[in-house]
Design a binder for this molecule. Structure first.
Ligand code: MN
Ligand code: MN
Length: 493
C-alpha cells in the first residue's frame, strides 16, 4: 500500500533523535552550530513554510534545467550573441566574475548547516540548498563558457575568485564573513535572511528583467531559474531568526542583521548599482537602481524587521542619503581605475546623462563636471590623461575606495588599534570592524599590501599581480581606445 506524501513528509523531515552516549554540545559544538547555544527544546518548533520532498525536488530541478537548456539551444546562434549590446556584455562579464564562484562557495556553507543546524527540517532544507548552489554554479559557468568565443575575457567567470583583483578581494572579504567562515546560525541570518531574502531579488530578478529587454535570453532564463531556488532555501533564515529572538538572542540577531545589511548594501551598490546605470543599454532600463532598491529591498526589509520586532539599523538615515549618490561616486572611481577591472567601462553619453539626471535630480550638478573633465582629457591627452596613477585609499572593512558618499561629503573615518592605523569609508564599516576586531584586524587591503611590500607598487606589475597581465584582460574605455570598433564617436548632446 502506498503512503501518501502528506502522510509521511511532515514526520520524515522532522526525524531527530536523542543521543545516549554523547552530549548535544559535543555533537553540535557552539563554534560550528552558532551562538547563542540553545537547548534542543528551543528548536523543536523550527518549521519552513514550503515543504519539499527529495522526490519532488529532483523532478522540479530536472524540469528547470531542461528549460534553461532549451532556451540556450534555441538561441545559441553566433548572429544573436554578436548582436548583443557591448555595454551589456560588460555587465554580464562583471556579474559572472563577481557572483558565479560565490555560488560554489555557498555549497559548503549550506552543507555546514546540513550537519550543524540544530533541527532536522533545517538540515534537510540546507541539504537541498547545497544541491541548489551546485546547480547555480554550473548553469552560469555554462552561459559564461558560451560567451568565450566572443570575448576571451569571459574566462573571468571562472578565474575571478582565484585572483587578487581588488573588486574580487572585496567580494571574498564579504562572502568569507557572510558564510564561508560563519557558524550555522550566522549563515542562516546573514546569507539566507539578509542576503537572499533581502538583496538577491535585485541581482537576479531585476537583472533578468533587463536581460529580457537587452535580448540576452539565455542569461535572463538562467538568472530567473536560479532565483526560484533561492526563494526556497532562503526560507531557512526566518525560523532561525524567530528561534533566536524568542530565546534571548535578540541582540545577536539585531547585530547580524544590521551588519550584513550594511555589507550587502556596499556590495550591491558596487555591482548592481554601477552596472545597471552605466553598462545597461537605455532601452533596457525601466526603473532606476534607486527605485529597485526602494521597492524590492527597502520596503520588503522594513516589513521583515517589523515582523520580528527588530529595530531599523542605526545607520538608516545615512543609508537613505547614500541611495541617491553612492554608486555614482563609485562609478567615477571604477572608470578612473578601469585598467584594474576585467571588463570595460564607458563615459556616459548625452542620452545616458539625460536619463541619469531625470532619475537622480542632483546628478548633473554633482557628477556632470567630473565626466566633462574626462571628456576634455581624452581630447587633450588621449587615454593616458584619463587613468588614475595614484593609489586610492581603501576601506579596511568593505575594501572599496573611500569615495562615499559623494564629492563634497566624505564620510571616511579612522581608527588606531595595537599600533596600526585603519581607514574606513564610513561609520558603519568602522562599527562592524570594532564589534569583531579579531575577525578583521589582520587583513590587509591591496594598498596596505603595496605599502608593506607584499604587492608591487608599479601599475604594470600590479596588473600582473591582480591577474590582469595580458593587455586584452584589462578594462578599457568601452567606446574609445585601440580596437577599430571603439572609434565609434561618442554621441554628444
Ligand atoms: Mn545561489
Ligand atoms: Mn542561495
Amino acid at each position: 500500500m502506498a503512503i501518501l506524501r502528506d502522510e509521511w513528509l511532515d514526520l520524515a523531515r522532522k526525524v531527530d533523535w536523542e543521543f545516549r552516549y554523547v552530549d548535544d554540545r559535543d555533537v553540535f559544538p557552539e563554534e560550528l552550530s552558532g551562538s547563542p547555544w540553545l537547548p534542543r527544546s528551543a528548536w523543536k518548533d523550527w518549521n519552513e513554510s514550503y515543504r519539499t520532498s527529495y522526490r519532488e525536488y529532483v523532478a522540479n530541478q530536472r524540469a528547470k534545467d531542461e528549460s534553461v537548456r532549451s532556451v540556450r539551444d534555441a538561441l545559441d546562434k553566433v548572429r544573436l550573441v554578436e548582436g548583443l549590446d557591448r555595454g551589456w556584455l560588460q555587465l554580464v562579464k562583471f556579474h559572472n566574475g563577481a557572483f558565479v564562484l560565490a555560488e560554489y562557495a555557498a555549497v559548503p556553507s549550506e552543507l555546514r548547516m546540513a550537519r550543524f543546524g540544530r533541527d532536522a527540517a533545517w538540515r534537510t532544507m540546507a541539504t537541498l540548498g547545497a544541491l541548489d548552489e551546485i546547480r547555480h554554479t554550473q548553469v552560469q559557468l555554462l552561459v559564461g563558457h558560451d560567451l568565450l568565443r566572443l570575448d576571451e575575457n569571459f574566462d573571468w567567470t571562472h578565474r575571478a575568485y582565484h585572483t587578487n583583483e581588488w573588486v574580487m578581494i572585496a567580494a571574498r572579504h564579504l562572502f568569507d564573513d557572510m558564510f564561508v567562515a560563519a557558524s550555522a546560525i550566522d549563515t542562516a541570518i546573514q546569507l539566507n535572511f539578509v542576503f537572499e531574502t533581502g538583496f538577491t531579488n535585485l541581482q537576479f530578478m531585476a537583472l533578468a528583467a533587463m536581460a529580457d529587454k537587452a535580448d540576452h535570453h539565455a542569461f535572463e532564463k538562467a538568472l530567473a531559474s536560479i532565483q526560484t531556488d533561492e526563494s526556497r532555501h532562503a526560507q531557512i533564515g526566518h525560523p532561525v531568526l524567530r528561534t533566536l529572538i524568542e530565546n534571548g538572542g535578540k541582540d545577536r540577531a539585531q547585530f547580524l542583521v544590521d551588519k550584513m545589511w550594511w555589507r550587502c548594501w556596499r556590495a550591491f551598490l558596487a555591482t548592481t548599482g554601477t552596472a545597471m546605470e552605466y553598462l545597461t543599454p537605455l532601452r533596457a532600463r525601466d526603473r532606476s537602481f534607486k527605485e529597485f532598491m526602494q521597492e524590492w529591498v527597502v520596503d520588503q526589509f522594513v516589513k521583515n524587521l517589523e515582523e520580528f520586532e527588530l529595530d531599523r539599523p542605526w545607520f538608516w538615515d545615512l543609508f537613505l542619503e547614500e541611495i541617491e549618490f553612492a554608486h555614482h561616486s563609485l562609478q567615477l572611481g571604477m572608470y578612473l581605475y578601469r585598467t584594474t577591472l576585467w571588463f570595460d567601462e564607458p563615459v556616459p553619453d548625452a542620452a545616458e546623462r539625460q536619463w541619469l539626471q531625470s532619475n537622480y535630480p542632483h546628478w548633473e550638478e554633482v557628477y556632470g563636471p567630473m565626466w566633462d573633465r574626462f571628456d576634455r582629457a581624452w581630447e587633450a591627452e588621449g587615454e593616458a590623461g584619463t587613468i588614475a596613477y595614484a593609489l586610492p585609499a581603501l576601506c579596511n572593512l568593505c575594501q572599496l575606495p573611500t569615495v562615499f558618499l559623494r564629492p563634497g561629503r566624505n564620510t571616511a573615518c579612522t581608527l588606531e588599534r595595537d599600533g596600526r592605523k585603519y581607514l574606513f569609508c564610513s561609520e558603519p564599516c568602522r562599527w562592524i570592524f570594532e564589534r569583531e576586531p579579531e575577525r578583521f584586524a589582520d587583513h590587509r587591503s591591496v594598498v596596505d599590501r603595496i605599502v608593506a611590500g607584499q604587492a608591487p607598487g608599479k601599475l604594470i606589475d600590479l596588473h600582473e599581480w591582480m591577474g590582469l597581465g595580458a593587455s586584452d584582460h584589462k578594462g578599457k574605455d568601452l567606446r574609445r581606445g585601440l580596437e577599430p570598433w571603439r572609434f565609434v564617436p561618442v554621441p554628444k548632446g
